[in-house]
Design a protein around this ligand. Structure first.
Ligand code: AMP
Length: 413
């Protein structure tokens, strides 16, 4: 697990803030969920045959020998919370959460053991209008962050339970005689989670799958209509997408629509988010029958895409650095700092520590600030400040206190 510093942390905050603001603007409510849950929630809710649960979960025992797990994802917790708090009675909540998730994976760029997600879940809507809303929220965020041109939406239909079961059997029937040629993971999945064989990375397995029965051919009319309507709504909303018939997603609980967002800026770990419909999960976890759909995005990866696409990013500690030449001027320097903070959106860092003027300037330079504001006895008397340009060869200027807000507002527009 890693520490995230300075510009990297600032980029991740930007991604989170943009998601949060967008989700709020769509009327989604925040829910805060615990980091630790009973292990059983994930084995039942996410599925024992998934990598996230069978291979990657951090588990521990508390003092009562209760088996617990650091959450590997947010959907199961969100469903548990919605049931436990009786939120489905007479209501159809649309919620979002954010925070760290934990998976014991082999770390590499874009893949970490602790990573941040923002997720959104809708309960009580049988879709596909709400699915399209969820996808639109993602699309809006990519646009706001300036990464839409590099983000690809992939969609697929897994059909309803009936279609999925029929397809599952057809796939197993086709693959079973070929068992010896499959990779070991796929052999295991033949009994535990056959659909996941479709997104195996093994070349030989992929070759065998070329002639396998296709999921799309096994959809019943209800499933086909659902997918058709969803695709039409995406077209109407001008949201570009690619249909990816091999995509089944890692988790067990999806039905009908599954989707993923990818970015080519990331290399191997190209998936920046994903989601879908999971109509059976609420009931599976002890709630009433309740259609639901949602998505989760990986903040760490989106920040990497943002970094690759937007070289100019202001992660400086300060825009303005305020220096006092004299102990008697400290209160005045504090007051000036406050005035600028209150009247502009600039980051104003006041020097702290009783340092010599030379060292105060060194600190100003290190902070990345564009301007140093310097106050001494003269400035105090004339109710003004001296403003030095730290990044340009320009003579210093004097600004009356009353004009500070105006000066810095103009300087940034
Ligand atoms: P999932 O819960 O597997 O659908 O993942 C949703 C998103 O979380 C993915 O698209 C990734 O962006 C992100 N993600 C999943 N696992 C990791 C990881 N180990 N490190 C960083 N991001 C991850």
């Amino acid at each position: 697990m890693r520490d995230i510093l300075r510009a990297d942390a600032a980029r991740m905050s930007l991604v989170e803030d943009t998601f949060k603001a967008t989700l709020r603007s769509y009327g989604y409510d925040e829910i805060r969920l615990p980091l630790i849950e009973r292990t059983e929630l994930f084995t039942r809710g996410v599925g024992e045959s998934t990598d996230a649960v069978s291979k990657e979960m951090y588990t521990l025992f508390d003092r009562d020998e209760e088996p617990l797990a650091l959450r590997p994802e947010g959907t199961a917790s969100c469903v548990r919370a919605v049931i436990a708090n009786d939120m489905l009675r007479g209501d159809r909540p649309r919620l979002w959460y954010s925070g760290p998730m934990f998976r014991y994976e082999r770390p590499q760029k874009g893949r970490y053991r602790e990573f941040q997600q923002v997720g959104a879940e809708s309960f009580g809507y049988s879709g596909p209008d709400v699915d399209v809303e969820l996808i639109s929220i993602g699309q809006e965020v990519w646009e706001r962050l300036g990464i839409a041109s590099n983000t690809e939406l992939r969609i697929n239909s897994l059909g309803n339970f009936a279609s999925r079961t029929i397809y599952r059997n057809a796939l197993v029937e086709y693959l079973r005689p070929l068992q010896e040629k499959l990779d070991p993971d796929s052999v295991r999945r033949l009994t535990s989670n056959p659909l996941r064989i479709l997104d195996s990375k093994d070349e030989r397995t992929q070759e065998l799958l070329q002639d396998a029965p296709r999921l799309m051919d096994h959809l019943d009319n209800e499933s086909k209509d659902y997918f058709r309507e969803l695709v039409k709504s995406l077209d109407n909303a001008d949201i570009p997408y690619k249909i990816d018939e091999q995509m089944v997603r890692g988790l067990d609980y999806y039905t009908h629509i599954v989707f993923e967002w990818h970015s080519e800026k990331l290399g191997a770990q190209s998936q920046i988010g994903g989601g879908g419909r999971y109509d059976g999960l609420v009931e599976l976890l002890g709630g009433p029958p309740c259609p639901a759909s949602g998505f989760a995005v990986g903040v760490d990866r989106i920040a990497l895409v943002h970094q690759a696409m937007t070289a100019e990013f202001d992660a400086r500690s300060a825009h303005i650095y305020v220096i006092s030449l004299d102990l008697d001027c400290d209160d005045y320097a504090d007051e000036i700092s406050r005035t600028i903070r209150e009247s502009t959106r600039m980051k104003v860092r006041r020097h702290r520590g009783r340092d010599k003027v030379k060292n105060q300037f060194k600190a100003a330079d290190r902070s990345g600030a564009t301007w140093a504001i310097v106050v001494g006895q003269d400035e105090l008397e004339t109710k003004s400040v001296s403003c030095k340009f730290l990044r340009e060869k320009r003579p210093q200027i004097e600004i009356p206190v009353g004009r500070l807000a105006d000066f810095f507002t103009r300087a940034t527009t």
